[in-house]
Write a protein that binds this ligand. Structure first.
Ligand SMILES: O=P(O)(O)O[C@H]1O[C@H](CO)[C@@H](O)[C@H]1O
Ligand SMILES: O=c1cc[nH]c(=O)[nH]1
Length: 317
């Protein structure tokens, strides 16, 4: 039977926030140092084939999201907002040699797609964190921009996550390692979420709030939907569950935040999750927004993050 390693032990806690001066991205793997070469297979990069410090050493912001198209659009948008001189056509997918993920770099902003769900984002995060470590990056902020299902809030609202929680509304991510379940904390960076919230106030008509985000392993049964291929619970049970989630502070549901919070917290990256809601799950399960509204909603998190980054870089009035 799998043993459960207790959550939040003191060494874990001290790993998360102690640093003096520059905060380097660190890996927690004693084997890495002894490797002659590290091949970041899913990113099509490596320590022998690429000069990672030269390519990525100046990265300060990493923006991640599910879709390659959305992330390319975001990178081009950032390029414009940062007023970079390089021609748009020269912004190329750094991971073009693999079709797993896409990656663009515009000044100090690295933009990467992560696919859908915990397994997909976690593979990307392992290699991204190693990449930032090999490149000797410091003081890096990572932000996931995405979509979600809201609970008890109007569609189109942007939720800035304070804590990512699992399906039991607990701030934890359970990783199966060998035949153990290792539980990791999923607190996100409080000051960062507040800074993002303050930034949002500068954007006209921006509906936003700070709340817990529930991260599930599935879009249908895992999020209590009645419209999947399988459904073994009643409408009443579904609503009771979502109302309990609301009472526990959950304002939206998506599928990547817990592992992002857990891994980044352990490796010295300040992390945030900013997702727009596409529907209110107390009202419905199907996403029936017209395409143009869907596109408009998806732009809200991007707008907030570009505002945040340009402010941080002192490019705003
Ligand atoms: O819009 P994205 O970023 O993909 O986020 C949400 O949407 C997907 C499900 O449709 C999941 O990846 C979930 O996390
Ligand atoms: O309901 C939703 C909408 C977007 N993404 C999710 O994971 N759930």
């Amino acid at each position: 039977m799998a043993s459960v390693i207790p959550a939040f032990n003191s060494s874990m806690r001290s790993d998360r926030n102690t640093y003096v001066g520059k905060r380097f991205v660190h890996v927690k793997n004693p084997y890495l140092d002894s490797m002659d070469e590290d091949i970041l297979y899913h990113l099509d990069l490596g320590t022998k084939t690429h000069n990672l410090p030269a390519m990525f050493g100046d990265v300060k912001f990493v923006c991640v999201g599910r879709s390659p198209n959305r992330m390319k659009a975001f990178a081009l948008f950032m390029h414009k907002e940062l007023g970079l001189e390089e021609a748009e056509e020269d912004i190329k997918d750094i991971c073009a040699g693999t079709d797993r993920y896409c990656m663009y770099k515009t000044g100090p902003v690295l933009t990467i797609s992560h696919g859908m769900g915990i397994p997909s984002i976690s593979v990307m995060l392992h290699e991204l964190i190693k990449l930032l470590h090999h490149a000797q990056c410091c003081d890096v902020t990572i932000i996931r921009i995405g979509t979600s299902g809201g609970i008890g809030i109007a569609p189109g609202t942007v939720v800035i996550t304070d804590t990512a929680v699992d399906s039991f509304f607990k701030p934890r991510f359970e990783q199966v390692i060998l035949d153990n379940i290792v539980t990791r904390s999923t607190e996100l960076h409080k000051e960062l979420s507040e800074e993002l919230f303050n930034c949002s106030k500068e954007i006209p008509n921006f509906r936003t709030l700070i709340g817990h985000t529930m991260c599930t392993y599935d879009f249908y049964e895992g999020q209590g939907r009645l419209d999947g291929a399988l459904c073994s619970f009643s409408r009443e049970k579904k609503l009771a569950y979502l109302k309990r989630a609301y009472k526990a502070g959950v304002r939206n549901i998506e599928m990547e935040s817990t592992v992002l919070a857990a891994m980044c917290g352990l490796c010295g990256l300040k992390a945030a999750v900013v997702c727009v809601t596409l529907l209110d799950r107390l009202d419905c399960d199907q996403i029936n927004l017209p395409h143009d509204v869907l596109l408009e909603y998806q732009q809200w998190p991007q707008l907030l993050i570009s505002n945040f980054i340009t402010r941080r870089l002192g490019l705003c009035d």
